[in-house]
Structures are given as structure tokens and as C-alpha cells.
Design a protein around this ligand. Structure first.
Ligand SMILES: Nc1ncnc2c1ncn2[C@@H]1O[C@H](COP(=O)(O)OP(=O)(O)OP(=O)(O)O)[C@@H](O)[C@H]1O
Ligand SMILES: [Mg+2]
Length: 363
């Protein structure tokens, strides 16, 4: 099995990065540099190219274009490689438009590959915030299930509409709610079933992945915390009809897929309540690597794996385990660090390529 990997990358006017051409290896690429020099920006450029949006929340073109740049356009050019095939892929953005080109031909949707971004700092948010967890699952399911993405967007629109009816109240609220509840019930049943299905598939990978990465035996499991599990659309519709009066009183939809949660257990206990910070991070990393395995299982190809400074909280033995795991894998990795000790570990990887970034430039 082989998959599309980013071979060359050059940006113009993207954040603080200069016009250097990054010539990546198909295996592990280590990106070193002190704080605030452009390592995460480089990962963001790859992510933006492959996933059509940034991994930074609420970031838009005006934040991404170089603040000191003279030209009002931002360009990311790249070459992707798979076996003996090569394609050129580029993105051009201005504050009005976004154009993509495959081998210099205007291209609407196809990207050569997808990236998965691993920011270990997200571990804390994942374990402590249900909103973060919901967003994490929704975006990661959407990446491998286009129908989920579409239905989720329709569901969110319906819930916004339902909440606006509830907040306005009035004589016609009840009949308007009845019509929208049919849609909400149908979407809810679909999304719950897909979430359940995704968790079942992910659960098959997560315990073995934890063992493969950290050489320890622990049982990790994810569960959906929702009252709609195994409910069909009719049953959910009836539920919303019964909820009507109390929802009108509260002026919002209090129960539903938009408020469901995901429970992560570690040896049968809640990972957040039971685990140390290091164990939480190990569990979170195993979750993402399990997701990457699931991705490969679905598409028979790996995504590009972008890992932004993983060193905090993990001890040196865990770093070594993680690096050994990455060395056995067939996916392309771009991994950054500002940590000197972790850098020394990464520098020992014989086959890896090293990049040093200072003030946005390759040194
Ligand atoms: N639109 C922009 N134009 C120019 N510079 C920008 C822009 N957006 C961000 N920067 C600069 O990019 C730098 C941050 O880059 P980045 O987040 O990639 O750093 P880093 O090397 O990952 O640092 P750390 O090790 O702290 O994570 C900051 O100095 C910031 O001021
Ligand atoms: Mg960074």
C-alpha cells in the first residue's frame, strides 16, 4: 500500500513563512525551531492545502495572509507523490476568492490527500470539555463520512431554526415546531446511528493501538452518552412533541444530538477522573492513532500525519515508544518540537529528514 505524500511545498504570503521550498521525505520529517518561529504555521499550510480549512479555530484569510506582505494574495504550491506518480497542487487565496489547481487545471474539490492534525495540548480540552469532544467527534467523523457531514449541517440548521421559534414564542409556535421536529427527528436518528457505528469501529483499534504505541496493556473504550441510542425517527419525534411545552418555557432545545456526549474509559474508569495528565495524553494520542488506522481501513490509504509538539507531560520513555511506533508506520509524518531533549530523540531517527526554522525561514 502506498498513499499520496507531500513532496514539495512553497508558500507565498502565508503567515510568517518565507518562500523557501520544503523538500519533504515520504517518512518522518522533523521540524525544529524555537518558540514563535513558524513550525505550527508550516503544519497549518499543509493542513489548509489538504483539508480546505485551518486547524486553528476562528481563523480566516485576514489572519493567515502575511501582515507585512506587499501582495494581496496568498499562494501555497506543492507537489504530491505516490509511487512513480506526481501531481502539482496549489491554492491561491485573496480576501474574495479561493482557487485550487491540480496540475495547473482549475479544480473544485479533489485534494491529493487528507491530513490529520495532532495537537497534544488538545488532550486537556478533550478530557475536560464536552463541547470540545462533540466538535472533535463531529469533525473527525465528517472527514471519513461525507453523508454525516451533510446531515450534521442540516441538523444544525434545523436546531437553530427550532431555537429561534422557541425564543420568539407566539401563537403559531406549536405548529411550526411540529413541522421542524419531523426533520430534527430524522436527522437525530441518522446521526446517532452513525456515531454509534463510528465508536464501534474505533473501539476495535483503540486498545491495540495503545499497546502498539506505549507497550502497555490497558483497556480503552469510547461510549456514546445519548438517550437516542437505538431510537428510530418516530420515537424521537414523539419525544420532541412531549418536550414541546417545557422547551417553549426554556426557549431552547434542551435535549438532543447537539448536547450528547462521549465517554472515554480507561480500564473501565472515566479517563478524566482516573488518569494522570500523562495517561490522559497517552489515551488521547492512542485515540488519534486508532482513528488513523480506521481511516486507512476505510480508504486503503493513510492520511498525512501532522504532530505539533508532543513533548509536554510525556516522559522520555514514552517519547521513545512514540518515535518507535512512528518508525514502524507507513504514513508520512511532519512532527515539530521546540524542546531540546525531545529534539535530540528525534534527531536519532536514522531515516528522518530535519528542518530548522528561524523567523519563518529554513536555516
Ligand atoms: N498573518 C501573519 N503574518 C505574519 N506573521 C504571523 C502571522 N500570523 C502569525 N504570525 C507569526 O507567526 C509566529 C508564530 O508561528 P508559529 O505558531 O508557527 O510558531 P511555532 O514555531 O510553532 O512556535 P511554538 O514553538 O511556540 O509553538 C508568531 O511570531 C506570529 O507573530
Ligand atoms: Mg507551535
Amino acid at each position: 500500500m502506498n498513499c499520496w505524500k507531500v513532496k514539495k511545498l512553497q508558500v507565498q504570503n502565508f503567515r510568517n513563512l518565507g518562500k523557501d521550498v520544503f523538500d519533504f521525505s515520504a517518512g518522518i520529517n522533523c521540524i525544529f525551531g524555537q518558540n514563535g518561529n513558524g513550525k505550527t504555521n508550516l503544519l497549518e499550510a499543509v493542513y489548509l492545502l489538504t483539508n480546505k480549512k485551518s486547524f486553528r479555530k476562528n481563523t480566516s484569510y485576514s489572519q493567515m495572509i502575511n501582515i507585512e506582505g506587499a501582495s494581496p494574495e496568498m499562494i501555497i504550491q506543492s507537489v504530491f507523490e505516490k509511487d512513480d506518480d506526481q501531481v502539482a497542487y496549489s491554492l491561491r487565496m485573496t480576501d474574495e476568492l479561493e482557487e485550487r489547481y491540480l496540475n495547473n487545471v482549475f479544480e473544485k474539490s479533489k485534494t491529493p490527500s487528507t491530513s490529520v492534525f495532532i495537537n497534544p495540548f488538545d488532550s486537556y480540552s478533550f478530557h475536560t470539555s464536552s463541547t470540545f469532544r462533540r466538535h472533535w467527534f463531529d469533525s473527525h467523523i465528517s472527514l471519513i463520512d461525507k453523508e454525516y457531514k451533510q446531515v450534521l449541517a442540516r441538523f444544525q440548521k434545523s436546531i437553530r431554526f427550532r431555537n429561534s421559534i422557541l425564543s420568539m414564542g407566539g401563537k403559531n409556535a406549536s405548529s411550526q415546531l411540529q413541522a421542524i421536529d419531523e426533520q430534527v427527528a430524522e436527522y437525530s436518528s441518522f446521526l446517532t446511528a452513525r456515531r454509534e457505528n463510528f465508536l464501534n469501529e474505533l473501539n476495535q483499534h483503540i486498545t491495540p493501538t495503545f499497546k502498539a504505541v506505549f507497550s502497555e496493556d490497558h483497556k480503552l473504550e469510547l461510549d456514546l452518552d445519548s438517550m437516542f441510542v437505538h431510537w428510530d425517527a418516530t420515537k424521537i419525534f414523539d419525544f420532541y412533541r412531549h418536550q414541546e411545552m417545557s422547551d417553549i418555557k426554556a426557549q431552547l432545545t434542551r435535549v438532543g444530538v447537539h448536547r450528547d456526549d462521549f465517554i472515554f474509559s480507561f480500564d473501565g474508569l472515566n479517563a478524566f477522573e482516573f488518569c494522570s495528565l500523562g495517561q490522559q495524553k497517552m489515551a488521547f494520542l492512542s485515540l488519534i492513532f486508532a482513528y488513523i488506522e480506521l481511516f486507512r481501513y476505510k480508504f486503503t490509504s493513510y492520511p498525512i500525519v501532522l504532530i505539533d509538539d508532543v513533548s509536554g507531560e510525556l516522559d522520555s520513555q514514552r517519547w521513545k515508544n512514540l518515535i518507535s511506533y512512528l518508525e514502524t508506520k507507513k504514513f508520512q509524518v511532519l512532527i515539530t518540537t521546540a524542546n531540546e531533549s525531545f529534539r535530540k530523540e528525534l534527531e536519532r531517527i536514522p531515516e528522518s529528514k530535519k528542518f530548522f526554522i528561524e523567523h519563518g525561514k529554513l536555516t
